[in-house]
Write a protein that binds this ligand. Structure first.
Ligand code: NAD
Length: 420
């Protein structure tokens, strides 16, 4: 087993120390329930065939069918997919969704594919994993470099294989194909609800708060846009090509327009004189709230001492290494952990799945209200638990999720029940 996965399990052990967790549960969570690897052979536009490595991991289904996105990224690998699947089990538990955790991945740089090639690749993924996924078994969704159209292709392919429309097999679909209103901005919006709900205990106020967002994609754009609308000052943004920073602020809508026109945030108009920086430098600039919304391991023991933010809202999965966490905690920097901060996406995915199963579709206001009701009470519970126990919010978040997983395992009967 390799680094990322071992780190995730170490965090689980740390949380388990503070709770009475049944050994049956820890044994169950040691390894993924099942993992499937495949090679996707795709016909390219020039007539050649190319193989892409792909994975799907169902980590744990104690609390229901497994749920988790599919990541399209050149560096994706089995270790990463397994770790992301593990985190999904905890994410679904912390917001009390009736799901277990899963994840998928395809090792590909999608920018090198034509639209036709991308569609063939997405359909090939479903062909390879059609026996593994399913509306009551394992329900994928988008992750990095996948959008709603890709989810639509995948749902269509699955429906053709099983011989009937099966929209509930995948979430994050276009509205016209059974997607949910409010899914597109759900992850950014969920992070925004969590931050605003904890604002007073964190000692923040919108007008005085400067925000940096690393990773200006779906999640990064929406959180930046929502916060700016409420008066927060967005001072830095980045994408894979680099970063812009302006203490006078910038408008995420302008920057998104520029990114759509040119392919990058670099060179976008800001309110003052923008500096162009690397992604690594951006993380170390002056701000009150830092929002990593790109990749894992962006803040480690090496650069954590240089982070100046007071609060980090983790919208990417696993952006801080355990060494980075330790340094930030010792310096009093509050980290609102990914498994709660970015749970808005899977929560509205759950709403989409419920709507697909019921064949009854909800209004946008209803989606927003339900999302708020899921996240806000857990956010304040998390804050209180962390303060009562005198431990960091990440360990507290794992504790909250473990309690729910533990209750589900105990409901089947454990050693204590059978041997008493
Ligand atoms: P996306 O593909 O829409 O955007 C990713 C952005 O990150 C792009 O702008 C890309 O240029 C940028 N990027 C890539 N590598 C980078 C790097 N090294 N430094 C800085 N920026 C970089 O993806 P997304 O859906 O916004 O997902 C972003 C993160 O949020 C991922 O970690 C994902 O797992 C997590 N997440 C997404 C969702 C969701 O619903 N989309 C839900 C939960 C968690």
């Amino acid at each position: 087993m390799s680094q990322l996965f071992n780190e995730a399990k170490r965090r689980l052990k740390d949380a388990a120390k503070h709770l009475e967790v049944d050994p049956d549960l820890l044994e169950k969570l040691k390894y993924p329930k099942e993992t499937l690897s495949a090679s996707l052979l795709v016909r390219m536009d020039d007539g050649s065939r190319r193989s892409f490595k792909a994975w799907r991991c169902r980590y744990d289904d104690t609390r229901g069918p497994t749920k988790g996105g599919i990541r399209f990224h050149p560096n994706v690998n089995l270790d990463e997919v397994m770790t992301l699947a593990f985190w999904m089990a905890f994410k679904c538990a912390i917001v009390n969704l009736p799901f277990g955790g899963a994840k998928g991945g395809v090792a590909v740089d999608t920018s090198t594919l034509s639209k036709h090639e991308y569609e063939r690749l997405a359909r090939a993924y479903v062909k390879a994993f059609s026996g593994f996924i399913g509306p009551d078994r394992d329900i994928p969704a988008p992750d990095m470099y996948a959008n709603e159209m890709v989810m639509g292709w995948m749902a269509d392919e699955y429906s053709a294989i099983v011989g009937q429309p099966s929209p509930a097999v995948i979430t994050g679909k276009p509205i016209e194909l059974g997607g949910s209103l409010g899914r597109n901005d759900a992850t950014g919006r969920g992070g925004y609800y969590v931050l605003r709900h904890l604002e007073s205990v964190l000692g923040l106020s919108a007008e005085k708060t400067k925000v940096i967002v690393q990773g200006f994609g779906n999640v990064g754009f929406h959180v930046a846009h929502l916060l700016r609308n409420d008066g927060f000052k967005i001072v830095g943004l980045s994408d894979s090509r680099g970063a812009i920073y302006d203490p006078d602020g910038l408008d995420p809508l302008d920057v998104m327009q520029h990114k759509q026109d040119t392919g990058s945030v670099m060179g976008a108009r800001t309110y003052g004189k923008a500096q162009e920086l690397t992604n690594a430098d951006l993380l170390e600039q002056e701000c009150d709230v830092l929002i990593p919304a790109a990749m894992e391991h962006q803040i480690t023991s090496e650069n954590a001492p240089n982070v100046k933010a007071k609060v980090i809202l983790e919208l990417a999965n696993g952006p801080i290494s355990p060494g980075g966490d330790k340094n930030l905690y010792e310096r009093g920097i509050v980290v609102i952990p990914d498994i709660l901060a970015n749970a808005g996406g899977v929560t509205v995915s759950y709403f989409e799945w419920v709507q697909n199963k019921a064949g009854f579709y909800w209004e946008l206001e209803d989606i927003h209200a339900r999302l708020r009701r899921r996240l806000e009470p857990e956010a304040i519970r998390l804050w209180n638990l962390s303060n009562e126990k005198g431990i960091d919010m990440r360990t507290s978040a794992y504790m909250m999720a473990l309690e729910r997983l533990n209750a589900a395992v105990a409901a089947h009967g454990t050693r204590a029940y059978f041997c008493s």
